[in-house]
Design a protein around this ligand. Structure first.
Ligand SMILES: [Zn+2]
Ligand SMILES: [Zn+2]
Length: 237
């Protein structure tokens, strides 16, 4: 199986040296690695340390728009927005979302929000899991999310319930090479849900683009049907 596109990668716009390379360097490497599609999706602006600065959203978009004219890759401008509230809100305005080719949403530590403070229900893990699950479902109902990144990482959710909601809304569930936290039961839940998957490297430096060995191992371990993964070439053995 061969990866056709890698849509979740970070550039220097993920601040404080979190992303190591410029957009141009990342795109050149994606091309060298033989992908046909490629996306940059830096951290959303509410992340205190790593988030893209709001004023740089247009700048990043313009860089990608001009690279689109030079490369044979199908290039996508995305942001990995932060899920910030129990009601499913993310850290991008409607106008900012309109600028994107792809909207990715994930939950991250280091985002100061009322969701973050209320969600830490340490002595009631079951209740917390319900709140988390509902936050994701609310988010899917509120926005047209293309990809949910690394669900069940950092905060626990009912994986099957989130995946079912994603299926209904046409949102892809990510199998993230760096953050893949599903036990056997949860993996079965993902399979039962009928959702579609996308595999991502979550590269923060150019060398890691298209590096998806761990995600592929997961696919094999749990016999996930390749037909349900949108970004692999099934004919390629
Ligand atoms: Zn990151
Ligand atoms: Zn992430």
């Amino acid at each position: 199986m061969r990866l056709t596109g890698d849509y979740h990668t970070h550039s220097k716009y993920s601040r404080n040296n979190h992303g190591k390379n410029t957009i141009a360097e990342m795109v050149a490497t994606a091309e060298q690695k033989g992908l046909s599609s490629y996306g940059i999706s830096d951290h959303g602006p509410a992340h205190l340390l790593f988030g893209i600065r709001r004023k740089n959203i247009d700048k990043a978009k313009n860089e990608i728009e001009s690279l689109k004219k030079e490369t044979k890759l199908n290039l996508f401008f995305g942001i990995e927005a932060n899920l910030i509230k129990k009601d499913g809100s993310i850290d991008l305005s409607e106008q900012e979302i309109e600028k994107l080719d792809l909207l990715l949403v994930g939950y991250h530590r280091g985002t100061v929000t009322n969701f973050y403070s209320k969600i830490r229900n340490l002595f009631k893990p079951k209740k917390q899991k319900q709140i988390n699950t509902q936050a994701y479902i609310n988010c899917l109902n509120k926005y047209h999310v293309d990809i949910l990144t690394h669900i069940n990482e950092y905060i626990r959710v009912d994986v099957e319930a989130v995946a079912r909601a994603a299926k209904e809304r046409g949102t892809l569930i990510e199998l993230n090479n760096k953050h893949i936290r599903f036990n056997a039961q949860e993996a079965e839940g993902l399979k039962r849900s009928g959702c579609k998957f996308i595999i991502s490297s979550d590269a923060h430096k150019k060398e890691d683009i298209a590096r998806v060995d761990r995600a592929m191992e997961f696919v094999q371990k749990y016999s996930i049907d390749p037909e349900r993964i949108v970004n692999i070439d099934k004919l390629y053995k």
